[in-house]
Design a protein around this ligand. Structure first.
Ligand code: ZN
Ligand code: ZN
Length: 323
């Protein structure tokens, strides 16, 4: 097994220009009214619809889509596209990116650019969503300042140029709502096929809208709660915490102090009892695709070269090595 030494220093020790850190006033370019309207609507619409169309099949549709689109964010957006914690073919990355997009947290370039900026400036000036600027700010209010296309383009070029160069990810910036429209149609049809128009309404209420609302708050809690409450296993330079509740709701992303300590690690749970559902799914995919390497098709495995952090050895080992 190949062993990779721990990082020499945290990414947030990087020096940066005032342009990198951002404007002194986050609202220098005004409010992002479409985002404000979206945040209000995503809280009102599901509550209203779920009261009108309650059903158990609708709730199960919500659970399935919560897990699948959530994994699109945790495996795709976060552990692969942002941190390259494992290797995978492009078709896998693109599929994960579409699933992550359907969580409603923005296109992959937007998500990755802001998350890398968070790691670069964690809990210092320039962090897009640090509780030092207020708990609700870090949770969701940070999304409200308007960002011009020029400002976003500059951020994308500096922090996510690898994704900007891929025409597929660039296309998701403009086709973002089409994918959501396609999912809305698919959910409506699945509900109608299950039990007529009432069930179509229930699937839309729970599977599309309430699922998106709950998933948004689970992800937002990673930005807010896990920089406020929880225990610290590592003395990182930021305020990151390991929070078991967020670990559960965000499918393993709540072991955030572990993640800040070694960002490229495929496992955010470092101790055996730190349940990391996302890592378990990645591990399952790696195990299930092992037979491909036995017949000489190892390069086609969906996931390989997993960078596994061992808390006991305080270092990283590569599991399921490939090319
Ligand atoms: Zn963080
Ligand atoms: Zn991260």
């Amino acid at each position: 097994m190949e062993t990779i030494p721990p990082p020499a220093s945290d990414a947030n020790s990087a020096t940066a220009s005032s342009e990198d850190r951002g404007s002194a006033s986050p609202f220098a370019e005004g409010f992002d009214r479409p985002i404000l309207a979206f945040i209000i609507a995503i809280h009102v619409v599901p509550i209203a619809l779920c009261l009108i169309f309650p059903s158990w099949p609708g709730i199960w549709a919500m659970v399935v889509l919560y897990v699948v689109t959530g994994l699109g964010v945790t495996i795709g957006y976060h552990r692969k596209l942002t941190h390259h914690s494992f290797k995978s073919p492009r078709w896998v990355d693109h599929t994960l990116a579409v699933l992550g997009l359907l969580a409603g947290e923005g296109p992959p370039i937007f998500w990755v650019a802001h998350h890398r900026k968070h790691h670069k400036f964690s809990d210092t000036e320039g962090d897009p969503h640090s509780p030092r600027d207020g708990a609700w700010w870090s949770h969701m209010l940070w999304l409200l300042p308007r960002q011009s296309k020029m400002k976003l383009g500059s951020l994308y070029g500096k922090t996510a140029s690898d994704l900007v160069r891929d025409p597929f990810y660039a296309s998701l910036e403009t086709t973002y709502f089409l994918w959501h429209g396609a999912l809305l149609l698919a959910v409506t049809f699945a509900g109608w096929a299950w039990g007529g128009w009432y069930m179509a309404g229930s699937f839309v209420a729970y599977g599309f809208f309430l699922r998106m609302l709950l998933l948004l708050h689970a992800t937002w809690m990673v930005n807010s709660l896990t920089h406020m409450w929880g225990y610290r296993s590592y003395q990182t330079k930021d305020q990151s915490r390991n929070n078991p509740l967020v670990g559960l709701l965000a499918q393993g992303e709540g072991w955030h102090n572990n993640h800040h300590h070694y960002q490229a690690s495929v496992n955010h749970g470092h101790r055996w009892w730190e349940l990391d559902f996302t890592f378990l799914v990645i591990l399952l995919l790696a195990c299930a695709s092992l037979p491909l390497s036995w017949i000489g098709l190892g390069a086609h495995r969906p996931v390989y070269n997993l960078k596994f952090y061992s808390h006991h050895h305080q270092g990283v080992r590569v599991l399921f090595p490939g090319d």
